[in-house]
Every structure is written in C-alpha cells, then in structure tokens.
Design a protein around this ligand. Structure first.
Ligand code: 3PG
Length: 248
C-alpha cells in the first residue's frame, strides 16, 4: 500500500484578510504557523515518515512544509520546489477582497471566478506590477508560459504533467511522498485522483493546514482517502473556505 500525503499551506495573511492571492507570495499568519506545526505533530503521532517532499515556489507552502517537517524531525529530507505546484494564478483579482467582490459583483459571480472549471478570472496585463515576468524565480520560463491568469483547467494542465513525470515514478519505487501546495493546485490533483467531473469540481474545497492522506494501490489508484485530525475542525475549516466568497 502506497501512502501519499497532501497538505494545503496553513492560513496565509491574505487568507486572513480574505483576499484573492494566486501567485502573490504572501507569508503565513500566526494561525497558519500553528496549523502547520499541528499538522506535523499529528503526522508524527500517527507514525508517518517521508522520504521526499514537493512544494511550490511560494513561501506559504514552503514554510508550511518546513514547520511540518521540523515537528517530525525530518528537516533533512530532500525538498523539491516547482512553480508547477503554485496556486492557480488569479489574474487581476489578485489582491482584491473576496467578500467586497461578492458585494460588488454578486456571490454567484465570485463563485464562478473561484470554482468554475474553465471560466477565466479577469486577466492581468504584462505591464501590471502584479505580473511576475521579471521575478527571478520564473526566469527559466518562456515569457509566454508566465500566466496573466489561469482557470482551474489551466492549473490541471501544468500540475498533472508534473505529477506524472516528477512524482509518480518515486511513488512507484515505494518512496513516501508529502506534497505541500495550494487550494487550487491540490484541487487539480484531487480532481484527477478521484475522477471528479468538470461539472462536479466546483463542490470540492480543500481546508488549510490539514494533512490529506491517500492510500494508493500499485497502479496509484486511490483505495482510501481521509483527513488526519479532528473531523469537526476539518468541517469548520471547509465551511470557512466556502464562506470566503460570501458578501458581508
Ligand atoms: C487564493 O489564491 O486566493 C486562495 O489561496 C485560494 O482561493 P479560493 O479558495 O478562492 O480559490
């Protein structure tokens, strides 16, 4: 039985302020730090160990992984960082308050922006200061590959090839893998693992800072999946994610 652990970063400062974040590189909040440490404690108490970790190039995921591994006394394992695991790029919504947008444009529109599979958010322009075109961490990308926005479908198209080429060979060798990433890069992976249709994917939310365990067979087909930790906390965290798109 192969076990894979996925974790969305702990609460970020912009989760706290309820702002669309995407590729903006914001830090963890105090609560997010506590969530990451708690995730590490649970994993340790349940006897988990890892051989290798994957994360994005955004500090909220990197720091979550670090805090989690520190709790597990596993800071020594190899950590692979890739922009392919970044949050979905939220285009010109980045920085805007989700509840204010719901008041202005309606909750339904915000739901479409947040959860539709292939309807794009408003795009950035390359001259926008939020466009990461001159950010050194993306220097290896062709300019055309740096997004002005992404739909979840676009996110699937960058996450899944990375999953296939970088992660699945290690899982098949029996390596124990943890992936610390983001709400929508993980929704992309979960969509694939659980065969969730385009029509049903809007109903999937991922809470911050809670380890999600997949038990996979030799072909990497999921046999079982569960969150580690108090089911009430998981339910509360999921409700909080949904609530972010409500008008105040
Ligand atoms: C963001 O980028 O704003 C969040 O991390 C994910 O947001 P969402 O739940 O609104 O998609």
């Amino acid at each position: 039985m192969i076990k894979l652990v996925l974790i969305r970063h702990g609460e970020s400062t912009w989760n706290k302020e309820n702002r669309f974040t995407g590729w903006t590189d914001v830090d963890l909040s105090e609560k997010g730090i506590a969530e990451a440490k708690q995730a590490g404690k649970i994993l340790k108490s349940e006897g988990y160990t890892f051989d290798i970790a994957f994360t994005s190039v955004l500090k909220r995921a990197i720091k979550t992984l670090d805090l989690l591994l520190e709790e597990m006394d596993q800071l020594w394992i190899p950590v692979v960082k890739s922009w392919k695991l970044n949050e979905r790029h939220y285009g010109a919504l980045q920085g805007l308050n989700k509840a204010e947008m719901a008041t202005k444009y309606g909750e339904e529109q915000v739901m479409i922006w947040r959860r539709s599979y292939d309807i794009p958010p408003p795009a950035l322009t390359p001259d926008d200061e939020r466009y990461p075109g001159s950010d050194p961490r993306y220097a290896a990308l062709a300019p055309g590959d740096i997004p002005l926005f992404e739909t979840l479908k676009d996110t699937v198209h960058r996450v899944m090839p990375y999953w296939e080429t970088a992660i699945t060979p290690l899982l098949k060798q029996g390596q124990k893998v943890v992936i610390a990433a983001h709400g929508n890069s993980l929704r992309a992976l979960v969509k694939y693992l659980d065969h969730i249709s385009d029509a049903d994917i809007p109903g999937l939310n991922i809470p911050t800072g809670i380890p999600l365990v997949y038990e996979l067979d030799d072909q990497l087909t999921p046999v079982k999946k569960y969150y580690l930790g108090d089911p009430e906390v998981v339910a509360q965290q999921l409700a909080a994610v949904v609530h972010q798109g409500k008008a105040k």
